[in-house]
Design a protein around this ligand. Structure first.
Ligand code: NAP
Length: 524
């Protein structure tokens, strides 16, 4: 039976009140509002959700990992059980095709299950044991053991561009719940119906698995105040965010100004520089044009990993002319929100005034939040003299930069801000000649890609979806892959504890059979 949306927040096992302040989702194709109305949470409801999370913290954080794994799998099952209703609502609220959400749902549920597997295996806690040496001279050595423990209740902000995989039951929620942290989600205004459906699936799993009710709440709000109140709440101990640099920075500043500052894991802005080196351009320029076009326009250019800067050799006329023909032949398409559309159009106009060569579609009769794809072109010297050109433009556009000299490319690479990714297209000869470029890029990014494109992030244990500021607020972390769990955990050390008072992971018998470092040796 289809779920009826009520438009109210979820506060533990209860529903929020029907406050007078409401908002609706939009159909980006038409720009029209979609029913039902969603009620902004009241400040008291932020407090209620945070207090429930605080109450649930100890019980949930001390559950054995296998219980939390069962819970994550139940969430995945319940999200899948939402069936077509979820796919259709996500598609309606974003104007992205159903097929995109079939894939995104698989990724979302896959992420939940990868974390469940991680918990079942158990070694993620990074257990270390140093046995006591009572007769050590000149002073005895104590028994010292440590492992990762949950950081405490987390606030998670949904991403506009991943209504499933980086929203209510997305990567941040999955990794925080896996770590043993209660989660309070701040829904994104762009896809409230999708958020409510997934929120109900999580709540159902809470009940089915007899978890403490406070481990999950979902707050709707039309403005920023509720999300900010959540970050300020003393019960909240960490924040996960995906969105704009402005939004992420605002939350970082609020978190740092609290009497008790807390970590914010914000994934913000990245232009994902892409370098096409001379021999690769000569050998396979045509194939690179096709791949680049797909990467710039996929998801209407609304991926945080979209290549926003593309460096090509000076003599790339054919490549540029082919790429520009492909962009000119690409239909306008709707962006996710009216705000993103406005920002895109303003940034495009601004850029057109900054660079000497502009190629943009000029279709004028656009509906809803639709925009024309565009491509800009400039020289390395102009790029180096215009810092604004480093700014992310979210949407189907990119900037091609012609560079004639190796030294120029190195100078550009050194000037770049922190990025999620950098891609290099090169032959073996190119790689030998530009080894210094790659060494510089390594200092700037979370992921280096060779002969491929930055969009498309594999969810696997070794993935790094992070990067130095402003790509993220903490370049030591990743938002994708199993290491994301570390953002919501912290090391705790137990000194001179008897066996039965230690967490199971740290006891000598290693009944869980996990990998540990014992007296300096890595073993099971
Ligand atoms: P956003 O404006 O930063 O919003 C993200 C979420 O945070 C929304 O729920 C928003 O609330 C909330 N928020 C924003 N600023 C806030 C503040 N000062 N205090 C409290 N809450 C705040 O991002 P967006 O709407 O998703 O997209 C806009 C821009 O973000 C894009 O143009 C793009 O540049 C960037 N973006 C980057 C990535 C990435 O991964 N790098 C991904 C998505 C978007 P509301 O729901 O009320 O707006």
């Amino acid at each position: 039976m289809a779920t009826t949306l009520t438009g109210t927040s979820i506060i533990g096992s209860s529903r929020g009140s029907k406050t007078a302040e409401t908002f609706r989702g939009f159909d980006p194709t038409t720009g029209n509002e979609i029913e039902p109305a969603f009620h902004s949470a009241a400040f008291e409801e932020v407090d209620a959700a945070a207090s429930l999370a605080e109450e649930a913290r100890l019980e949930y954080g001390n559950l054995v990992c296998k219980e939390r794994a069962k819970f994550l799998r139940a969430i995945a099952d319940n999200v899948e059980a939402l069936g077509d209703a979820l796919i259709e609502r996500a598609s309606l609220e974003t104007s992205l095709p159903n097929a995109r959400f079939v894939g995104e749902r698989a990724r979302t549920c896959g992420q939940l299950r990868i974390f469940a597997d991680l918990l079942d295996e158990g070694s993620w806690v990074d257990a270390r044991i140093d046995h006591a040496i009572p007769d050590r001279e000149p002073i005895p050595k104590p028994d010292v053991r440590s492992m990762l423990r949950p950081i405490g209740p987390a606030a998670v902000f949904c991403a506009s561009n991943f209504p499933l995989a980086y929203s209510v039951a997305g990567g941040d929620t999955a990794s925080a719940l896996a770590a043993g942290c209660p989660v309070i989600v701040n829904a994104h205004t762009a896809h409230p119906g999708t958020a409510e459906l997934v929120g109900l699936a999580v709540s159902k799993a809470v009940k089915e698995c007899e978890m403490p009710e406070g481990i999950f709440s979902l707050l709707f709000s039309s403005g920023y105040e509720i999300g900010q109140a959540l970050v300020r709440h003393p019960a909240i101990k960490a924040v996960g965010f995906t969105g704009s640099r402005k939004g992420g920075r605002a939350l970082m500043d609020i978190a740092a100004a609290r009497p008790e500052p807390i970590p914010v894991y914000a994934e913000m802005s990245s232009v994902n520089p892409t370098f096409i080196l001379p021999n690769a351009m000569k050998e396979r320029g045509d194939a690179i044009v096709a791949g680049l076009h797909a990467s710039v326009t996929g998801g209407v250019g609304q991926f945080c990993t979209k290549p926003g800067l593309v460096f090509v050799p000076g003599e790339s006329d054919t490549f540029i002319s082919n790429f520009r023909s492909q962009i000119a032949a690409t239909n306008p398409a709707p962006l996710l929100t009216g705000g993103i559309q406005k920002t895109y159009n303003t940034a495009n106009s601004h850029r057109a005034g900054e660079v000497t060569n502009t190629i943009a579609n000029e279709e004028t009769n656009l509906h809803g939040f639709s925009v024309n794809p565009s491509v800009f072109e400039t020289t390395a010297i102009e790029f180096l003299n215009t810092p604004d050109l480093n700014e992310e433009i979210f949407g189907p556009t990119t900037l091609l930069i012609r560079s004639n000299h190796h030294e120029e490319l190195l100078k550009i690479a050194l000037s770049l801000e922190g990025q999620l990714t950098a891609s290099v297209h090169g032959t073996e000869d190119d790689l030998r000649e530009y080894a210094d470029l790659i060494k510089i890029l390594e200092t700037k990014v979370g992921r280096l890609i060779l002969n491929g494109f930055s969009t498309g992030v594999e969810v696997c244990p070794s993935m790094v979806h992070g990067g130095p500021y402003p790509a993220t607020s903490d370049g030591r972390s990743t938002a994708v892959g199993t290491r994301a769990i570390r953002r919501f955990s912290r090391f705790v050390c137990y000194q001179n504890f008897p066996q039965n008072a230690l967490p199971e992971e740290l006891r000598d018998d290693n009944a869980l059979n996990i990998w540990r470092i014992v007296d300096g040796e890595f073993k099971r």
